[in-house]
Each structure stands twice: as C-alpha cells, then as structure tokens.
Design a protein around this ligand. Sequence first.
Ligand SMILES: NC(=O)c1ccc[n+]([C@@H]2O[C@H](COP(=O)([O-])OP(=O)(O)OC[C@H]3O[C@@H](n4cnc5c(N)ncnc54)[C@H](O)[C@@H]3O)[C@@H](O)[C@H]2O)c1
Length: 340
Amino acid sequence: MAQVCRLRFSSIALFRRNAAAHIIGSVEISLEGKVALVTGAGPNIGSGIALALARYGARVACNDVDDAAVKACIARIERNGGEAMAAVGDVTDEKAVQGYIDSVLAKWGRLDILVNNAALLGGRGVLDETAEAFERAVRVSALGTFLNTKHAGRAMASRGIKGSIVCVSSSNGWNGSAGVCAYAFHKGGINNFVRAAAMDLAPYGIRVNSYTPTAPHPDNPELLAEYARQGRTPFGLRPGSSGGLGAPEGTEEWRRPARFDGPRNPMVPMGTTGTPTDIGHAVAWLCSDYARLITGTDLVVDGGARAKNFAYVPAAPDDLAGPLPLIPLDDTPMPPTPET
Ligand SMILES: NC(=O)c1ccc[n+]([C@@H]2O[C@H](COP(=O)([O-])OP(=O)(O)OC[C@H]3O[C@@H](n4cnc5c(N)ncnc54)[C@H](O)[C@@H]3O)[C@@H](O)[C@H]2O)c1
C-alpha cells in the first residue's frame, strides 16, 4: 500500500491538530480525517485531483455522469492506497446532487472538501456556435458549480465544518482565445462566482477559491495507454493535428483564419504548463488547514503562462533550466510512449 503523501518543511514548530504533540522541526501537509467530493472525475484532471487528495490522506467521493469514469477513478485511488466511493450523477440535476452528497454523508458522516471540476471542453467561435451547445456548456459549468457549492456548503455549515471549496477555472476564463465562446463565458463566470460564494460562506469559516490550469500534459498512465492505443500523441492529439484553439471553420470566401498556423514560438516562461499531478499538489495544499485564510482568490498552476506580457516571447526550450522534478503520486507503471 502506498504511503499517504506528506510534504515536510524544516525549522518550523507547530501544534498538531487533534493531538497535543508539539512537533519541532517540520510541518506536515495532510488531509487525513477529511472527506472530499470531486466532480467530473474523468481520467485527466479530475482523476488527477481526486488521486492527489487521496494521497494526502482524504477519503474521496468521485462524481461523474459517466459510470465507467467513476469506476476507473476509484480503482486508480485504491491501487495507490487510498479510500474512495462513487457519487455518480449529473451535476446539473439538483436531486442527483443532493442524492450523492447525502450518500457521502451517510457513508463517511462529513464533507470537508468540494472540487467543482466537471465541465464540457471545446466548443466553437461566436460565428459558428449553436444555441444548444452554448446553453449546455454554460449549464454544466454554471449550474453544476452552483448546485454542488450550495449543497456541499449546506452540509458543511450545518455540521460546523470549516471546509474548502475549489472551482476549476481556465486560462480561457481570464484571457481570450478564438473558438471557445461558451467556455470563455462560463469560465469567466466561475471567477466571479468564487468571490461571491466566498462572501456567502465566510461567516461559516468555509473557503471558496479557484485554481487555473492551462492545458496540462496528461499523466494518468491509463489515459496515456488509451491515447497510444488510438494512435494519438501523449497530449491526446490526432496525427497531423497541431492542436491549439481557434481552428478554421467554414469555407465561405469571407472567412478569415482565427489563428496563426505557422511554426510557433515557445509561449510558457518555465517551458511547461505541467500535469494534473502538479494541479493536484496545489489543490491539496489549498484544501489544507495551512490555507485557512485564503478565500475568494485564484491559484494559477501554469508555469507562468498567464503572468506573461503578450509581447514577451520566452527563451527557447533548450535555454531553460526547467522546473524542479515532478513529485509523482501514481505508482501505476507508465505505458511506453508512442512516437509523436
Ligand atoms: N484539459 C485542459 O487543457 C484544461 C485546461 C484548463 C482547464 N481545464 C478544466 O479542467 C477541468 C477538467 O478538464 P479535463 O481536461 O479533465 O476534462 P475532461 O473532459 O477529460 O473531464 C471532464 C469530466 O466531466 C464530466 N462531466 C461532463 N458533464 C458532466 C455533468 N453534467 N455531470 C457530471 N460530470 C460531467 C465528463 O464526463 C468528464 O469525465 C474542466 O473544468 C476544464 O474546463 C482543462
């Protein structure tokens, strides 16, 4: 069984919660005793966050509309030594939300952490998006985040639990990209929902924050193996696709390209946007007791991408020192990497 992940920092003294022991010389970041609910626990970011919370010691309820995604997330947590349960349901269905939160409370008696991660990615630009797709994308993100925050908030407040609610934003919630008008709309909405909900829940000691990833590189071994089986790159791209937002639409003679399609300069100052494991470490810390006064704000996990001035082109990849090595959280062996 894998060990619960603990990060230690030297030369700091503190009193341990629930124990009279006075620890001299180190601080442990631990979520032991806490119960978490992660929505949209699909194999990429949701599963990465759920695994991280489990590795830091929380028991984790995994939500998704897709039963198979929930089962895979639970299996991943369990084979890495954690404890998990299913919370299957559509985040936009209030009865379903109440039902899976009640089942978490019935099994584990409490709820300390909610991660609002479920969303529909992709989409189209304003000239081409359909009313149906726009409405559904906004509904999943906006209504799903509201309903889960409402019922998790009530579960926490009514039990005197000073919990932590984290909503997933995106670089598209802060800056513009072509081809994602619904996504940009609802991620921008998440950013100010966080500030409003933080005010509603502050009297109860409950914190509400967002984190902002930017196209992390998938690192779930099962997802990478699936991409390899499908002949995709480790980033999930089909052969020949250069990826990126703002793909061309339509053949009318008045159409103009939405993006530069030539060779691109490096855009991320540290050379990488990281992985779901990087996000998981950050979210686990944000849900720990050390973040007790952090509310109504955003934590960016993107190698400096959002901080960058538009006119600044970072150094070439070969000239960068690169970040510290990643501290892995999944003991599953990695599949062989296909040629990209
Ligand atoms: N992947 C990226 O590049 C990226 C970048 C920035 C932000 N994000 C954000 O991170 C989060 C996760 O992204 P991902 O790449 O893992 O996406 P994903 O599509 O792999 O996972 C999203 C999951 O949400 C689930 N879901 C969709 N509708 C639902 C509903 N109504 N109820 C319950 N579950 C539902 C899906 O089944 C899926 O498993 C999203 O909020 C996304 O916007 C992703």
